[in-house]
Design a protein around this ligand. Structure first.
Ligand SMILES: Cc1ncc(COP(=O)(O)O)c(C=O)c1O
Length: 342
């Protein structure tokens, strides 16, 4: 299997000396100092200064107005869907390539995932196919669009920035506008990715991040929702804190809320990680450029690159190998998995 051996050799060359494996968090800053502070002050749970500090770092970095930190990326999506009014069998368009959490969140909200094709260039939703497809399957009633087959309303779309690559968000926004769809961006993998200098997650009505241990920064487990809409941000924050009316001792809840707020101890970790985000981005970029130069002359291997005007965080550098036999694929994946490269 000469192709498999050649590719393995190339991957070894690029990442062989990396001390850090894919999906491993890197703690090289103030993590222990801040975590210690949460313990010495007895503020490890839902109340504490790091939550606000961490949220401020996110709004500053993404240039969004509001950020609400939550327990994970899946619940960030779930809460966003609920707050945006997805319920009762509303259909939500979602790409075929994503993590299962995107589709799960739709089901948790009462919606139905409606899968649409992803494209090769960015691995995000294919806008050309989407437009054609919506033309075929929808019928307009009043201001809204319904699925001719299921009779259900198509209410929202979740563009996903797969592996940190910005999907064709400008084209998807145009389609969403035409079909009156709420846009909830799944930027779980895309902290540090930009399109035309605008951060991932700031294009839709809301954007969601994950800070799971495998992401570009981690809070252990965690997520965040960003938005520029004040009333929506208030609604999301309220729903994430059990919909409790603010009072020192009374427990009055005005809706069925969720207990999804990020604890202070996790936010402390995130605060330290955010201080190093630019360094993490630099080393991911360096690795990406190494892949590009290694496979530059290859006729069969393409490194997934940023389309025009977009800048990926290179969270998960991806190569596409053309005409791959199952056997060769297995050999490469076995090698990469053993070495913790995938
Ligand atoms: C694209 C995508 N969406 C959603 C999620 C869900 O995030 P979490 O694992 O924090 O629940 C992830 C993360 O794993 C993801 O990669």
């Amino acid at each position: 299997m000469p192709l498999a051996n050649d590719i393995i050799k190339s991957i070894r060359k690029v990442v062989g000396k990396q001390k850090h494996h894919l999906h491993e968090p890197l703690f090289c800053g103030n993590e222990i100092k801040y975590l210690k502070k949460t313990i010495t002050t007895n503020l490890v749970s839902s109340i504490g200064p790091f939550v606000k500090k961490f949220e401020n770092q996110i709004t500053k970095f993404t240039k969004s107005k509001y950020a609400i930190s939550v327990v994970n990326g899946t619940e960030a999506l779930h809460l966003s869907l609920v707050a945006c009014g997805v319920k009762n069998n509303d259909e939500v368009l979602v790409p075929t390539i994503t993590f299962v959490g995107t589709a799960n969140a739709i089901v948790y909200s009462g919606g139905i995932p409606h899968f649409v094709d992803s494209e090769f260039e960015t691995l995000g939703i294919d806008p050309l196919k989407l437009e054609k497809y919506l033309e075929e399957i929808t019928i307009k009633k009043g201001k809204f669009y319904f699925n001719k087959k299921t009779k259900k309303r198509i209410k929202a779309i979740i563009p996903v920035h797969v592996f940190g690559n910005i999907c064709k968000i400008d084209k998807l926004l145009k389609i969403a506008k035409k079909y009156n769809l709420v846009v909830i961006e799944d930027a779980a993998e895309a902290l540090g990715s930009f399109f035309k200098n605008k951060h991932a997650g700031t294009f839709g009505l809301v954007g969601c991040f994950s800070f799971n241990g495998n992401k570009i920064i981690t809070t252990g487990g965690g997520g965040a929702i960003i938005t520029n809409n004040k009333s929506l941000s208030k609604k999301i924050r309220h729903l994430s804190t059990t919909a409790k009316i603010n009072h020192r001792w009374e427990y009055i809840h005005d809706a069925v809320g969720y207990n999804f707020r990020m604890p202070n101890i996790n936010a402390a970790l995130g605060y330290a990680q955010m201080e190093n985000l630019n360094n993490f981005l630099k080393s991911k970029r360096k690795l990406f450029l190494k892949y590009c130069s290694e496979f530059l002359k290859s006729s069969r291997i393409v490194v997934i690159k940023n389309p025009l005007h977009s800048k990926s965080n290179n969270w998960l550098n991806t190569i596409f190998i053309k005409n791959l036999s199952t056997q060769t694929k297995k050999k490469i994946l076995n090698f990469a998995h053993k070495k913790k490269f995938i």
